[in-house]
Design a protein around this ligand. Structure first.
Ligand SMILES: Cc1cc2nc3c(=O)[nH]c(=O)nc-3n(C[C@H](O)[C@H](O)[C@H](O)COP(=O)(O)OP(=O)(O)OC[C@H]3O[C@@H](n4cnc5c(N)ncnc54)[C@H](O)[C@@H]3O)c2cc1C
Length: 309
C-alpha cells in the first residue's frame, strides 16, 4: 500500500480526486496475490509516440515500465476500466511557477497490458499548458513517473437481467470509455447493451473513430456522434445532413448528427431505450459533466447509477 498526501493532488478539482482514492487490491481473479505496481510512483519509459492524422493538437503516447520486468514477478499493472493515472513530471524552467518543482496531471489510459507493464494514453495538447510543454519535448526512451489507479467506476456484468449502459463523452475524454466498452463486448455472457454518445467539434476531430466503427459490429453496442461545428469543406458553410460532400465522408453504419447534444436530444435518446436497469457514465470538461449530470438528476436518475469519470 502507499501513502497519499496533499501534494499528490493536481489541484484541478477532478471529479475523483487522488486524495479520496484508496488503493484497492486487484479484482482480477487471475492475479489476486499480485501487487499493483501503479500504487506508488514509478518511472515509465516512452516507447512510442504517434501523431494522429490531421490532428496536430493530439499525441498518442505508449509507456512501458522502466525497471527490469524480470525483477517484477510479484507485480501487475492494473488500471481498471474508467480509472486514470497521475503523471508527475519536472516543471520546465520557462513555466512561471517557482514554488513547485513538479507538475501533476491526470491521464486516462485507453489501453493497458497487465503483465507487460505497458499502457497508452491520448493527450490533447493545450496551448501554454504546463504538462503540455513537458509532453511536447518528451522523446522516445525518456522516462516519466505515473501512479494510480484513481477512480470510482464499478461495473458488474449483467448475465440475466437486461441492462443499458449510457456513455456520454466529449473530446479526448472518450479515452477512458474505450476499455469500459472492450471489457463488456469481450465478455460473451454479458447481456448489457452500450449506448455511446460522443461529442466533437467536427468530423476531423473525432478521436477513436476507427475503434467506434469496430465496436459497431457488436450486437450490444451502438454509437451516435454529435458534431457542434461541422463546416462544409466545399462551400465553407455550416454543413447539413443533406450535404452530399458530408455524406461522402460517412463510413458504413456510422451515425453522425450535426448538432450539439442538448437536453431535448438526451431526453429523446433515453426515451428510445426501454430497458429498465440503467447505468450512466459521463466524461468530459467540467461544464460538459455538470450539464449532463444535472440533466440526468432532474430526470430522477439515481445518483448511485451515475458515474463521472
Ligand atoms: C480524470 C481526468 C482524466 C484526464 N484524462 C486526460 C486524457 O486522457 N488525455 C488528455 O489529454 N487530458 C486528460 N485530462 C486533462 C489533463 O489532466 C490536463 O488537464 C491537460 O492535459 C492540460 O494540462 P496542461 O498542464 O498541459 O495545461 P494547464 O497548465 O492545466 O492549462 C490548461 C489550459 O488552460 C490555460 N490556462 C491555465 N491557467 C490559466 C489562467 N490562469 N488563465 C487563463 N488560461 C489559463 C492554459 O494556457 C492551457 O491552455 C484529464 C483530466 C481529468 C480530470
Amino acid at each position: 500500500m502507499c501513502d497519499i498526501n496533499q501534494s499528490d493532488c493536481c489541484g484541478n478539482g477532478c471529479a475523483n480526486c487522488i486524495l479520496d482514492s484508496k488503493p484497492l487490491s486487484t479484482k482480477r481473479v487471475d492475479f489476486v496475490n499480485k501487487i499493483n505496481i501503479l500504487h506508488t510512483y514509478r518511472k515509465y519509459k516512452l516507447i512510442k509516440r504517434i501523431q494522429p492524422n490531421n490532428q496536430p493538437h493530439l499525441v498518442q503516447l505508449k509507456f512501458a515500465i522502466a525497471d527490469d520486468k524480470k525483477q517484477l514477478t510479484e507485480f501487475i499493472l492494473d488500471c481498471p476500466p474508467g480509472h486514470h493515472l497521475m503523471m508527475r513530471a519536472p516543471l520546465l524552467a520557462d513555466v512561471e511557477n517557482i514554488d513547485n518543482k513538479t507538475v501533476l496531471r491526470p491521464y486516462s489510459p485507453f489501453w493497458t497490458d497487465i503483465t507487460e507493464f505497458e499502457f497508452e494514453i491520448m493527450v490533447n495538447l493545450k496551448p501554454n499548458g504546463k504538462m503540455t510543454k513537458y509532453i511536447e519535448k518528451l522523446k522516445v526512451n525518456d522516462e516519466v513517473e505515473f501512479r494510480g489507479p484513481i477512480g470510482v467506476f464499478v461495473y458488474e456484468p449483467s448475465f440475466k437481467v437486461e441492462k443499458a449502459l449510457f456513455i456520454f463523452c466529449q473530446g479526448v475524454a472518450i479515452a477512458p470509455t474505450i476499455p469500459i466498452i472492450e471489457n463488456i463486448i469481450e465478455n460473451e455472457d454479458d447481456i448489457c447493451r452500450i449506448y455511446h454518445y460522443s461529442c466533437f467539434e467536427n468530423i476531423d476531430n473525432i478521436i477513436f473513430r476507427q475503434k467506434l466503427l469496430e465496436f459497431n459490429k457488436f450486437w450490444n453496442f451502438s454509437s451516435k456522434i454529435f458534431l457542434s461545428h461541422q463546416k462544409c469543406t466545399e462551400c465553407g458553410n455550416d454543413c447539413s445532413v443533406d450535404c452530399d460532400n458530408f455524406k461522402r465522408q460517412l463510413k458504413y453504419k456510422e451515425q453522425i448528427k450535426l448538432q450539439r447534444l442538448d437536453k431535448d436530444t438526451i431526453s429523446t435518446l433515453l426515451e428510445e431505450i426501454k430497458i429498465e436497469t440503467k447505468q450512466f457514465v459521463i466524461c468530459g470538461s467540467n461544464s460538459f459533466q455538470n450539464f449532463i449530470t444535472e440533466y440526468l438528476r432532474n430526470c430522477n436518475v439515481n445518483k448511485n447509477c451515475l458515474y463521472v469519470l
